[in-house]
Write a protein that binds this ligand. Structure first.
Ligand code: CA
Length: 229
């Protein structure tokens, strides 16, 4: 199998060099862009297997790059990991909402970034198809019948709780923002508040018993399903 090609978008030379060394050592084929414009051009030309995208860039920033890549059918499927400053929670939320799959905060350890890249590539290969039941340990979500059971015992969920669980469990390990959860819960037309999502999550956790712990809070950003236990 040819080495996975990873497009790194970063304008700071030191970080770019660190990323280049790290990814080459892991056996990837790294390519580079120093501006958003260059990133878009390269992504469309080379169709990389993944993009590691800094948010703060000269010219168009990483958030816009993300939006543009997601809106082009040729590049819309490419997994994207964003690099953000630790303090910029608003950027993280926006980044996830414009389609980034994951994020790593700066300063980052090369080991952590490599692990995230590996996970995301693996997850991409193992995305759960829409109609099949989802099995996570002894938790089974029957997407057709809209039924949930744990160790064979039914768990009774409301319409909204089921949709939230499904959205989270379909992409284990992926952080969803509250907005994304609201969207999954009710469809586009329904308007709810952040607080309403938190209330739903509390109820869902309680009904899931020990599996409730699989729904992790990512502070300031949203929630993710991590498991099975
Ligand atoms: Ca930068």
């Amino acid at each position: 199998m040819p080495a996975k090609r990873i497009l790194i978008v970063e304008d700071e030379p030191d970080i770019l060099e660190l990323l280049r060394i790290t990814l080459a050592k892991e056996g990837y084929d790294p390519i580079f862009a120093k501006t958003g414009e260059q990133a878009i051009e390269l992504a469309k030309k080379d169709l990389p297997d993944m993009v590691v995208l800094d948010i703060m860039l000269p010219g168009i920033d990483g958030l816009d790059v993300c939006k543009i890549l997601r809106s082009d059918p040729r590049t819309s499927h490419i997994p994207i990991i964003m690099l953000t400053a630790r303090s910029e929670e608003a950027d993280i939320v926006t980044g996830l909402e414009v389609g980034a799959d994951d994020y790593v905060t700066k300063p980052f350890s090369p080991k952590v970034l490599s692990a995230r890249i590996r996970n995301l590539l693996r997850r991409q290969a193992a995305t759960i198809p829409d109609q099949r039941p989802i099995r996570l340990g002894s938790l089974i979500i029957d997407t057709m019948r809209r039924e949930v059971s744990i160790k064979g015992r039914p768990v009774i969920l409301t319409y909204t709780e089921f949709n939230i669980l499904l959205a989270l469990a379909r992409r284990p390990g992926v952080v969803l923002t509250r907005y994304q959860i609201m969207d999954a819960a009710h469809g586009q037309e329904y308007v709810a508040t952040d607080r309403a999502v938190d209330v739903q999550i509390v109820a869902l956790r309680r009904k899931l018993g020990t599996y409730g712990r699989c729904i992790q809070t990512v502070r300031g950003v949203g929630y993710r399903f991590s498991g099975p236990v």
